[in-house]
Design a protein around this ligand. Structure first.
Ligand code: ZN
Length: 159
């Protein structure tokens, strides 16, 4: 199989079949489907894409936290692991961070497949909503109220 980078940021793959003929041609865009400004990599989608940067800023502001995530998801998970919080508050942070990552991935897939189920202007609301449901469904001994979750879940967490 051969692969050539084309103009317009596409990759052309082709190979030979058993009869020696060209079997397939596949055009794959390597640009981020969200911003179309840079090559799509794991780091770009989850941390460096302008949409990801703005979403992480909203999440950190919501939680009254600061962080320099670095350049990739590994840095985000290292930050979570190193966060100085009690075990249960850290679980809350894990749920919110994982929800944010999942929402960014889903947003990317929606853009790529033209599903348009998630909109950029409602992505942060979606993260708050889903993380609230996931956190409360994981907790049998403690539940946080929706209105408190929206303000800052850490302020109302008695864990
Ligand atoms: Zn991007």
């Amino acid at each position: 199989m051969a692969r050539f980078r084309q103009k317009h940021n596409t990759i052309l793959d082709f190979g030979l079949g058993t009869g020696g003929l060209v079997l397939f041609v596949l055009l794959v865009s390597v640009l981020c489907p969200i911003c179309s400004e840079d090559e799509e990599t794991v780091s770009h989608v989850f941390c460096l894409c302008p949409v990801a940067v703005s979403i992480w800023e909203l999440v950190l502001r919501w939680l009254h936290l600061t962080s320099n995530f670095g350049t990739g998801p590994e840095d985000v998970f290292q930050w979570v692991d190193g966060a100085r919080m009690t075990g249960d508050k850290k679980k809350m942070l894990e749920v919110i961070v994982c929800t944010t990552m999942w929402a960014l991935w889903r947003f990317r897939n929606d853009k790529l497949h033209d599903a348009r189920l998630l909109r950029k202007d409602t992505l942060f609301d979606f993260i708050q909503d889903v993380s609230f449901c996931w956190f409360n469904s994981r907790q049998s001994k403690y539940r946080i109220a929706w209105v408190d979750w929206l303000k800052n879940p850490f302020l109302f967490c008695n864990l």
